[in-house]
Design a protein around this ligand. Structure first.
Ligand code: PEP
Ligand code: MN
Length: 277
């Protein structure tokens, strides 16, 4: 295939034709298996985090998600628990054995968050925050880079290139939906980006069907479609009581729904010669 644009040097598939595998506490991201990352949008309390973490771990998630610093559209919305949330995240990680991913919004948070998290998330709104990308490139942790909601695949790869160019080649790309004219879903989940990114880059590609749709009932369909399209994993929002969630409850699965979905995902993975780790 002739690339649609000049693929940045370091992220380019040529750099590692077999595909990069990122190891996080014994879990391979980007290998033959697909990894499931799940947990609440935001860490809200000890009970909420621990109960949710125990459920997703029981049903087969390998990595726990949970935001301590939240990028909210309104300054009056819940902004996250901050450092206290990070401490809870570390505690629940020790209890469940799951590594954890959480967002960094600012260069000044990288050092602190690195003490507690196994993977640093650079969110959609910060995909073109170049100082943050450069600092993430100097961090000693894998980076989960989410596609900007207005970013092309080329811009997404260039953002990843910023991180690699600073010496950190542990980057996981995440398709999380883009803004289009469509309003029935929160975003338009661009699943065609999965084979495109895998074709152009050696980096692992995962999909976030929660932010990609914004609709709880639609998450299972798009999660299954993402695995069928060749994604190396999924990141999904799960809450022990979505109705009471302080953030993104409308797109969060309850533990029972997550459990049913995991069963289906295993079948889809098997059908395409992969497995859910
Ligand atoms: C999130 O993962 O909770 C989040 C805010 O995601 P995004 O940056 O994709 O909107
Ligand atoms: Mn969210």
């Amino acid at each position: 295939m002739r690339p649609p644009f000049q693929v940045p040097e370091r992220v380019g598939r040529k750099n590692n034709p077999g595909g990069s595998i990122i190891k996080v506490k014994g879990n391979d991201i980007g290998g033959s298996g697909a990894i499931i990352i799940a947990g609440p949008c935001a860490i809200e309390s000890r009970e909420q985090l621990f109960e949710t973490a125990r459920s997703v771990s029981l049903y087969g998630a390998r990595i726990l998600r949970g935001g301590a610093f939240k990028p909210r559209s309104s300054p009056y919305s819940f902004q996250g628990m901050g450092e206290e949330g990070l401490r809870l995240l570390k505690e629940v990680s020790l209890e469940t054995g799951m590594p954890v991913v959480t967002e960094v919004m600012d260069t000044r948070q990288i050092e602190l968050v690195s003490e507690f998290a196994d993977i640093l998330q650079v969110g959609s709104r910060n995909m073109q925050n170049y100082p943050l990308l450069k600092e993430a490139g100097q961090a000693k942790k894998p980076i989960l880079l989410k596609r900007g909601m207005m970013a092309t695949v080329e811009e997404f790869l260039l953002a990843a290139e910023y991180i690699l160019s600073q010496g950190n080649d542990q980057v996981i790309l995440c398709e999380r939906g883009i803004r289009t004219f469509e309003t029935s879903t929160r975003n338009t989940l661009d699943l065609s980006a999965v084979p495109m990114l895998k074709q152009l880059s050696h980096l692992p590609v995962i999909v976030d069907p929660s932010h990609g749709t914004g609709l709880r009932w639609m998450v299972p369909s798009m999660a299954k479609a993402a695995i069928a399209a060749g994604a190396d994993g999924l990141i999904m929002e799960v809450h022990y009581n979505p109705e009471a969630a302080l953030c993104d409850g409308q797109q969060s699965l309850c533990p029972d729904e997550f459990s049913l979905l995991m069963r289906d995902l295993r079948k889809i993975a098997l059908a395409i010669g992969r497995e859910i780790l």
